[in-house]
Design a protein around this ligand. Structure first.
Ligand SMILES: *Cc1c(COP(=O)(O)O)cnc(C)c1O
Length: 394
């Protein structure tokens, strides 16, 4: 999918650069902090009253975390280094939620000693670990969600059925912990705004069930799943806000609990542009064969999410608007898995040649943090954050 009628790229010096040797060496990601701030504000108003916990793994650049600290965000983490990152960027420990259900004992202890209060679990064994290494902590039971409607379901690895979550929350109290609520994740890049509905309804049932055991839960954690805007198939974020609000209303009415939401992808995806260079354009299997375009970034340099070709990054070149034709897009390494798009029909200008710049848009999430340390001498992908003053009054 090339932007055939968008010729603005030709006036962008960062994309016409590349042949004279003076331009910065690609590949690198440019992340626009003003866009992250704007997205934080949009997400904050999406579900009334919901507290944003940015899922750090989507893009852990320290400037992103610091920007979100200043904006008022809380954070969702999965390891000691992510906690240290948030604390050193100025986050308060009580604004950090340890949402992973698979935590090292030493990391639980570290979090607890440093003032992190909230921990998630989806098994009795993890509950016992939390009780031992973070005695008295607030805990969430993670509910299984089938991930239907999402590009990357998380259901196979995380979450327990509602009945078990309720039983474990009761057990948590017996172990001296403070059961506070239920969390779930409806799958990443969720394209159905109503996908949160069934899990919200199950959460309300869990609240009722444990209330019978004398436990009042007060928090629902809606997890991640909000989309990046990779293409026209993505519904507007406002539709998600309306759908989620409607589902909360139906399940809880006037007794709506505290709401947490953990956007990772949606917070940063659209704010990133990955600058790359064409290494080779060739016809495989002779002149009639497919045209292959090899970039200097690939599956191992940050584009891991091209696996299965489920995410289609929009692309820009300096030749946009000129006649274009199908390509197979590949990375530069000597590994046959390093093909980005073989089946998805990408069209790129016929005039594209080695040394030209190609920009991959919407690459702010799950790119830098997925990049290898240097497979075949390529990488790791660097992230440079740029900032500009917010628009007046914004
Ligand atoms: C990864 C993750 C998120 C963020 O998911 P996105 O789909 O990127 O928004 C949120 N919560 C938890 C517990 C996660 O593991």
């Amino acid at each position: 999918m090339s932007t055939a009628h968008d010729t603005s790229a030709r006036r962008d010096p960062s994309i016409t650069a590349g042949h004279d040797g003076t331009a910065p060496r690609t590949p690198y990601l440019i992340l626009d902090l003003a866009a992250v701030r704007a997205r934080y504000r949009l997400l904050s108003s999406l579900v009334p009253g919901a507290r944003i916990h940015y899922a750090v793994k989507a893009n852990p650049a320290p400037q992103v975390i610091a920007t979100l600290v200043r904006a008022g965000s809380c954070f969702d983490v999965a390891s000691r280094p992510e906690i240290e990152l948030c604390l050193s960027a100025g986050a308060r420990a009580e604004d950090i939620s340890y949402g992973s259900t698979v935590k090292k004992c030493s990391d639980i202890a570290f979090a607890h000693e440093n003032g992190v209060r909230r921990f998630a679990f989806d098994s009795l064994a993890e509950l016992h670990k939390i009780a031992e290494y973070a005695p008295g902590a607030d805990v969430f039971g993670r509910l299984r969600s089938d991930g239907q409607g999402s590009v990357f379901p998380l259901d196979g690895k995380f979450g327990s059925p509602a009945g078990l979550v309720a039983d474990l929350l009761v057990e948590a109290r017996r172990l001296g912990l403070n059961p506070v609520g239920v969390s779930f994740h409806v799958g990443s890049q969720q394209l159905d705004p109503y996908a949160w509905g069934p899990s919200i309804a199950s959460t309300a049932e869990i609240f009722d069930k444990v209330a019978a055991a004398g436990i009042r839960l007060g928090v629902i954690n809606l997890g991640g799943g909000l989309p990046g805007t990779y293409g026209p198939e993505v519904p507007p974020l406002a539709e998600y806000g309306r759908a989620i609000d409607e589902c909360l209303e139906r399940a809880f009415g006037a007794n709506r609990p505290e709401v947490m939401i953990e956007p990772g992808r949606s917070m940063v995806a659209d704010a990133g542009t990955l600058h790359s260079e064409v290494v080779l354009v060739s016809r495989r299997d002779g002149s009639a064969g497919a045209r292959w375009v090899y970039l200097d970034v690939g599956r191992f340099g940050g584009l891991a999410e091209t696996e299965g070709e489920l995410i289609h990054y929009p692309m820009r070149t300096a030749h946009d608007g000129e006649p274009s034709a199908p390509v197979v897009l590949a990375g530069p390494t000597c590994d046959s898995a390093d093909v980005l798009y073989r089946h998805h029909p990408y069209l790129l200008p016929e005039s594209l040649r080695a040394g030209d710049r190609v920009q991959l848009l919407c690459t702010g999430a799950y790119t830098v943090s997925y990049s290898s340390v240097g497979f075949n001498g390529f990488g790791p992908l660097t992230c440079r954050c740029v900032d500009s003053p917010d628009a007046a009054g914004a």
